[in-house]
Design a protein around this ligand. Structure first.
Ligand code: SF4
Length: 445
């Protein structure tokens, strides 16, 4: 039997419910079904697909097998007009002859790459899970190569291994590896006094610009973002840094930032009108901006988003949704679908439930919701089949079989690839769930 763990969620301290028209959240004790069995997840290499687009002078060199190369290549697509900014150094049979050979080979590949590509200013050596790669010490390789290529190129390493990870942890590992490189506020050009605001988590540029504009309209023009668009624009951090998480899967990055003295701002995540309002309000409050300034700055975007959501709501209202654990976005997305789109939550599965980071989200969830953490895929499939939800959010490996069984699915990975944060994307986020339901209805007609 899987143990059931009760957890107590507290009300959101940073939430101004009045700004969104939603009722004040009440603390709720949720029961979490914890499962430790076979899992169906992608590996952390997947993060390269959005990270290489975000940090425009970075290169991601996967040290892996042919399988890793195929995964990254097929997921990211082949770029025809631009030089790619990711590749795989394939450890093959020749390298298995001895570890020293593999290190020499890696140095040779990196040297050739950096000589040929002077546009690369930051190189990530990304580990994978084949046993011969795990034996290779990539952190020592990064240090060794840094001695050769610094200051022109910064060389870092992290693991995207598929063992005991979810695919979004690749971004977490990448950003955590960046944190020690961030300049200290004391030593930087940033104003010496007063707190600074840092938004953490890769966002599409268009979304980042929207948030920057909203913060500027509240009187906060110097908000920093991690990761930056260029390796030369690393945000500075220190004890005066208050950071706001834009993604819920950044536990290691959060820990690394706190080790540097930064303090997390407790907030729900910026999905939907309610989540975005509460997130912006929490950030503004931490920086000493009053609620009225936030209300004024956000009113037009909020109104636009509410109007757009109203058009999608009839397609989702009253429909049921089942989340398999995949991206770690499940809890905030379920909160949005339930509270703003009127959907029924059958089960909200998540790979890890970070109690502290999810506190504000859980306070907004209905007390009776079935939460599950971890996975025993066969048991979960049984529960899903028994419930026959209107839509199932799951990984690619489960989507096709479930579609064959007549269920409507949504690929969890698409929710990470698509711009879904903030006011102007709220209706697009809702549409990602409405479209598969519409398609199923048309097929059935
Ligand atoms: S890191 Fe592991 S799980 Fe990911 S593609 Fe490579 S071999 Fe497969």
């Amino acid at each position: 039997m899987s143990p059931v763990i009760p957890i107590q969620a507290s009300p959101s301290p940073g939430l101004n419910a009045g700004s969104t028209g939603c009722s004040t959240p009440q603390p709720a004790a949720h029961h979490v079904l914890r499962e430790r069995g076979q899992r169906e997840v992608f590996c952390g290499l997947t993060g390269i697909i959005w990270l290489h687009r975000k940090i425009q002078d970075a290169f991601f060199l996967v040290v892996g097998s042919r399988t890793c190369a195929h995964l990254v290549q097929s997921a990211a697509g082949v770029m025809i007009f631009a030089e790619p900014r990711f590749a795989t150094a394939i450890i093959d049979d020749r390298d298995l002859a001895g570890l020293a050979d593999a290190n020499d080979e890696l140095d040779r590949v990196v040297t050739r790459l950096l000589e040929r590509r002077p546009d690369i200013k930051m190189l990530f050596l990304v580990g994978s899970c084949p046993s011969e790669v795990i034996k290779l010490d990539l952190s020592r390789a990064a240090q060794r190569l840094s001695r050769q290529f610094t200051p022109g190129v910064r060389i870092l390493n992290y693991s995207g291994s598929g063992i005991e990870t979810t695919f979004t942890q690749g971004e977490d590992a990448c950003l955590a590896s960046l944190v020690p490189c961030l300049p200290s506020t004391a030593a930087s050009d940033a104003p010496a006094s007063g707190a600074s605001l840092l938004v953490v988590g890769a966002l599409p540029d268009v979304v980042e610009d929207q948030f920057a504009r909203l913060f500027a309209a509240m009187g906060l023009p110097r908000v920093q973002f991690l990761p930056p668009r260029h390796s030369t624009e690393l945000p500075s951090i220190g004890p005066d840094t208050r950071y706001l998480m834009a993604q819920p899967f950044l536990a290691d990055t959060a820990r690394a930032l706190e080790d540097r003295g930064a303090q997390r701002i407790a907030a729900p995540f910026p999905f939907g009108v309610e989540g975005t309002s509460a997130w912006l309000m929490a950030g503004a409050k931490a920086m000493g901006v009053g609620a009225q300034a936030v209300e004024q700055a956000t009113a037009p975007a909020r109104q636009r988003a509410q109007t757009a959501l109203a058009k999608v709501r009839p397609a989702l209202q009253g429909r049921s949704v089942f989340f398999f654990p995949d991206s770690q976005l499940e809890v905030p997305l379920a909160r949005f679908l339930h509270r703003e789109m009127g959907m029924q939550l059958v089960e909200v599965g998540t790979p890890y439930l970070h109690r502290q980071h999810m506190d504000e989200e859980l306070a907004l969830m209905p007390a009776a919701v079935q939460l599950s953490e971890g996975q025993d895929v066969e048991r979960q499939l049984d529960r899903c089949r028994a419930a026959r939800p209107d839509i199932v959010v799951c990984g690619l490996g489960l989507a096709n079989p479930l579609e064959m069984e007549g269920m409507t699915t949504k690929w969890a990975i698409e929710l990470v690839f698509s711009p879904v944060h903030g006011y102007d994307q709220a209706a697009d986020l809702a549409q990602l769930f409405a479209r598969p339901l519409d398609r199923r209805q048309r097929l059935a007609a």
